[in-house]
Design a protein around this ligand. Structure first.
Ligand code: C2E
Ligand code: MG
Ligand code: MG
Ligand code: MG
Length: 277
């Protein structure tokens, strides 16, 4: 291997797999150390009831507080965490942290729902149901207030995913389909899935105040969800006009910068005590 690279190593470094592999190893090591050093942080974004404008829940979103590079967003490390398998311990840490925080808020302030994202690899773990139920028990958190978010691609193997989802429902947890509309699942396939919430991807929302086509799509999604008795959450609401439109379309909940980006637990706590916004 060293020979291939020539005498002065990097000068002959092939920009192919070798470089990628060494970078991959480095990122993997960094992620492992980050876990040990407790460098991950959970931010929270409010979930708003569109009718009352009250915060009825939050979504837990992980960040990496890197000692040199500062706050790193999930899109810049979740893929590597997924690839290396480290998303499993990271995701479990997020679940535990979020549920522990949720318990505090429920006791000190008001009962709120806690959404936590599941990664494809977490979802494939055979002990996922056991892990979730143990975490809920350990933290003494009301299962029906936990919403686990999956994506369409995770439900491609219908037999497996329905088995896991049924198991999660048996312990009382609610399931959300995240980023809906960006994957390949048909509207019909939703009917066969034991889910509770549909989150409309923000790509359908961000132009909704200017595009009759997008209004039509969102309207169709909402009416379909209603007939399947699913609650609908709109993601990425940034403008008041969008909120008003969604209200008219009888969307149930919203998340978005209009109310707040994801924020640290301390700031979320302040928002919760000034509810409604
Ligand atoms: P997601 O689960 O769909 O989360 C929503 C993303 O949209 C968040 O990005 C949030 O900050 C962003 N967002 C919310 N409102 C608005 C808005 O009004 N405008 C715009 N432009 N963006 C908005 P974030 O926090 O960077 O997370 C990105 C993705 O990373 C998440 O998408 C989720 O797929 C993944 N992720 C985050 N935390 C976790 C985690 O703990 N575990 C796993 N497996 N994935 C996570
Ligand atoms: Mg999500
Ligand atoms: Mg989403
Ligand atoms: Mg997503």
């Amino acid at each position: 291997e060293a020979k291939e690279h020539g005498r002065n190593g990097f000068a002959f470094f092939k920009p192919g797999n070798d470089l990628k592999n060494s970078q991959r190893l480095q990122v993997e090591n960094e992620l492992r150390m980050a876990l040990e050093r407790n460098e991950f942080v959970v931010y929270y974004q409010p979930r708003i009831d569109i009718e009352t404008r009250i915060i009825i829940g939050v979504e837990a979103l992980v960040r990496w507080n890197h000692p040199e590079r500062g706050l790193i967003q999930p899109n810049d490390f979740i893929p590597q965490a997924e690839e290396s398998g480290l998303i499993v311990p990271i995701g479990n840490w997020v679940l535990q942290t979020a549920v522990r925080q949720g318990k505090k808020w429920c006791e000190q302030l008001v009962p709120i729902k806690m959404s936590v994202n599941l990664s494809p690899l977490q979802f494939k773990q055979l002990d996922i149901i056991k892990w979730v139920s143990e975490t809920l028990e350990d933290e003494n958190f009301e299962p029906s207030l936990l919403n686990l978010e999956i994506t369409e691609s995770m439900a491609m193997n219908v037999e497996y995913s329905n088995k896991v989802l049924e198991g999660l429902k048996e312990i009382g947890v609610k399931i959300s389909m995240d980023d809906f509309g960006t994957g390949y699942s048909s509207l019909g396939s939703l009917r066969k899935m034991p889910i509770d919430y549909l989150k409309i991807d923000r790509s359908f929302i961000h132009n909704i105040d200017n595009s009759p086509e997008d209004v039509a799509i969102v309207k169709a999604i909402i009416s379909m969800a209603q007939s399947l008795q699913l609650q609908v959450i709109a993601e990425g609401v940034e403008k008041e006009e969008q909120l008003l439109l969604l209200q008219r379309l009888q969307c149930d909940e919203m998340q978005g910068y209009l109310v707040s980006p994801p924020i640290p637990a301390k700031d979320m706590e302040k928002m919760l005590s000034h509810n409604p916004f």
